[in-house]
Design a protein around this ligand. Structure first.
Ligand code: GTP
Ligand code: MG
Length: 248
């Protein structure tokens, strides 16, 4: 048997970190009718784009999806989500600019229930995790989601830009204190083969990575693959980590 090179050994240790949580690379659970997913994160991380991409994936799989325009800070944000909805066949529930995001989410869930839709995807305004009042607002939205969706029927995803570096850890920590996070979406992964900060998010905060954003187009969202991620991170040729017969 061949001796395992140190880099492969390290890679296998990293793989074990991801293997500890079966939600790594797991798609959204469609438990309730509707199930609700709320997307949160700092400004420009890719929340609205991810909402559109997820809506498209779930519609193509035969589900009815309602988008909730809970980013009420900018009129353009509501229009951006509506455009995604029109493109992929999802209805968008919106109120006016400046309205209460929790009320938008409430209406979207009620309306999805009335229609028998399978999934509500709520987009939220970008916010710095250091802004206390904005984090309090997010907590209020989350309470409405949990109450209206019912136990176990909601997902709270933190959208993290892969290019962000170490700051992403602090974001995950603070957003995780405000929301019952069920996972991470690692966006803009097409811009970097790294995103290594995710390792500490997964290892120290116990948050699974569910999806990766691979570009700006509707089809550019994939389930997260721990092995491919580690191979890219360590600069290993694809498939190296699955070689059998290596002795550690
Ligand atoms: N290359 C690349 N670009 C992305 C990806 N996801 C989003 N973007 C781009 O990033 C920019 C910001 O995306 P948005 O979806 O508007 O981000 P947001 O988090 O909703 O932004 P705010 O609402 O302003 O906080 C846009 O130009 C997107 O096209 C991705 O996976 N890869
Ligand atoms: Mg947005």
């Amino acid at each position: 048997m061949e001796q395992c090179p140190p880099v492969l050994l390290f890679g296998k240790q990293l793989e074990a970190i991801f293997a500890g949580n079966p939600l790594n690379g797991a798609p959204l659970r469609l438990a309730g009718k509707p199930s609700v997913v709320l997307l949160a994160g700092v400004n420009g991380s890719g929340k609205t784009t991810t909402a559109g991409k997820l809506a498209s994936q779930f519609i193509r799989a035969g589900n009815r999806v309602v988008l909730a325009a809970a980013d009420t800070y900018r009129a353009a944000a509501i229009d951006q989500l509506k455009t995604w909805g029109e493109r992929c066949g999802a209805r968008t529930v919106s109120h006016g600019m400046g309205s209460d995001p929790a009320a938008v989410v409430f209406d979207a869930i009620r309306s999805a229930k009335a229609d028998g839709a399978e999934l509500v995807i709520a987009d939220t305004a970008g916010r710095l995790h250091t802004r206390h009042n904005l984090m309090e607002e997010l907590k209020k939205v989350a309470r409405v989601v949990e109450r209206e969706a019912g136990p176990g029927n909601a997902e709270f995803l933190l959208v993290i830009d892969a290019v962000m570096g170490q700051n992403a850890f602090q974001q995950a920590k603070v957003f995780g204190e405000a929301l019952p996070l069920t996972g991470i979406v690692l966006t803009k992964y097409d811009n970097t083969a790294k995103g290594g900060v995710i390792l500490s998010v997964v290892n120290e905060l116990g948050l699974p990575v569910r999806y990766v954003g691979l570009g700006e187009k509707v089809e550019d969202l994939a389930l997260f693959h721990p092995r491919e991620f580690i191979e890219a991170l360590l600069g290993l040729p694809e498939g190296d980590l699955c070689k059998e017969g290596l002795r550690s």
